[in-house]
Write a protein that binds this ligand. Structure first.
Ligand code: SAM
Length: 306
């Protein structure tokens, strides 16, 4: 039988060594990191907050932070980066576009030897599957101006890789975008982004942050969303068809689908009948399963009679 150990001994055994790090405000001042609006720079300087986000990632993403690779997009001065490392991320690969921040992160690279790699690149052009061994997860306070485009790219990568690209994502968005990702049919926020995200992943809102939590504060509040890929993913062809159908349907969201789907170049009535959807329905009334059936019907029509 194991001998009982005191709580203090346990604490000493498992507490990770936290190196002495300069306050983030010093890092920003020393490296002249005045926020650049075009790069969506709104920094999180409160380590309690960033550690909370890192703990959610550790507890709620498959594989936690210890297996494979934790990818951070846009580390900036490194507030979330240091939190991820302190909370036990074994390997962090951070992709940052701003050369000033890349230089500022050198200290953090040195403070956590062998655990942090910083890559200067535009995340829109980076293949996340090439950033380190699987399982890979992304944890990021995203630049809001490109957040939706980045997410769609990662959903594409998950589908194309049959799920091996990423095991999960914990991402900070503008609150309104996070609400769109998780929205259910018939809600105002429900749209193309909701169907896309929910076709590939299970989405949950993990926490909300007021604008005042950021330096400088953005115009709107923010929210963190957790996205975990489904065990069963659509094929690349089905995923492309879902996006064609949602573009047509939500492109004219107030119209009935028998009208809005005409832009697909197929007989809209026949598509709707094949998918078991009433011709008079509108895009916002259909759940993700109905869009999936419509996409299957579209692919069958495009393939033509066999
Ligand atoms: N993670 C830091 C934090 O929480 O304090 C900074 C978050 S800030 C909202 C977004 C970061 O993304 C900035 O550091 C910005 O320079 C970076 N960024 C903006 N566009 C980028 C892009 N296309 N690729 C990589 N990084 C980008």
């Amino acid at each position: 039988m194991d001998s009982p150990s005191s709580p203090m001994a346990d604490a000493i055994d498992i507490a990770p060594a936290v190196p002495d790090l300069p306050p983030l405000r010093d890092v920003i001042a020393r490296h002249g990191l005045a926020a650049v609006k075009a790069l969506g720079q709104h920094f999180l300087l409160d380590l309690n907050l960033t550690r909370r986000i890192a703990r959610v990632a550790s507890a709620e993403l498959p594989g936690g932070l210890t297996e494979g690779t934790t990818i951070e997009i846009g580390p900036g001065p490194g507030g979330l980066t240091r939190a991820l490392l302190i909370e036990g991320a074994t390997t962090v690969v951070a992709v940052e576009k701003d050369a000033r921040c890349v230089v500022a992160l050198d200290e953090l690279v040195a403070a956590f030897p062998g655990r942090l790699t910083v890559i200067q690149a535009d995340a829109l052009e980076v293949d996340v599957s090439a950033l380190g061994p699987a399982p890979r997860r992304i944890v990021a306070n995203l630049p809001y101006n490109v957040a939706s485009r980045l997410l769609i790219g990662w959903l594409d990568a998950i589908v194309a890789s049959r799920g091996t690209a990423l095991v999960g994502m914990l991402l900070m968005f503008q609150k309104e975008v996070a609400e769109r990702l998780a929205a259910a049919p018939r809600r105002k926020a429900y749209g193309r982004l909701s169907v896309a995200a929910q076709t590939v992943t299970t989405v949950a809102k993990a926490m909300t942050l007021p604008a005042a939590a950021f330096t400088p504060p953005p115009q709107v509040d923010s929210a963190v969303a957790r996205l975990v890929p489904h065990a069963s993913l659509p094929s690349a062809e089905q995923w492309a068809a879902v996006q064609d159908v949602t573009a047509a349907a939500f492109g004219q969201r107030r119209k009935m689908l028998r009208q809005s789907l005409q832009s697909l170049g197929a007989d809209a009535g026949a598509l709707l009948a094949a998918a078991g959807v009433p011709e008079t329905a509108r895009a916002e009334e259909l759940d993700v399963a109905a869009f999936d059936r419509l996409a299957s019907a579209l692919r069958a029509r495009r393939a033509g009679p066999r």
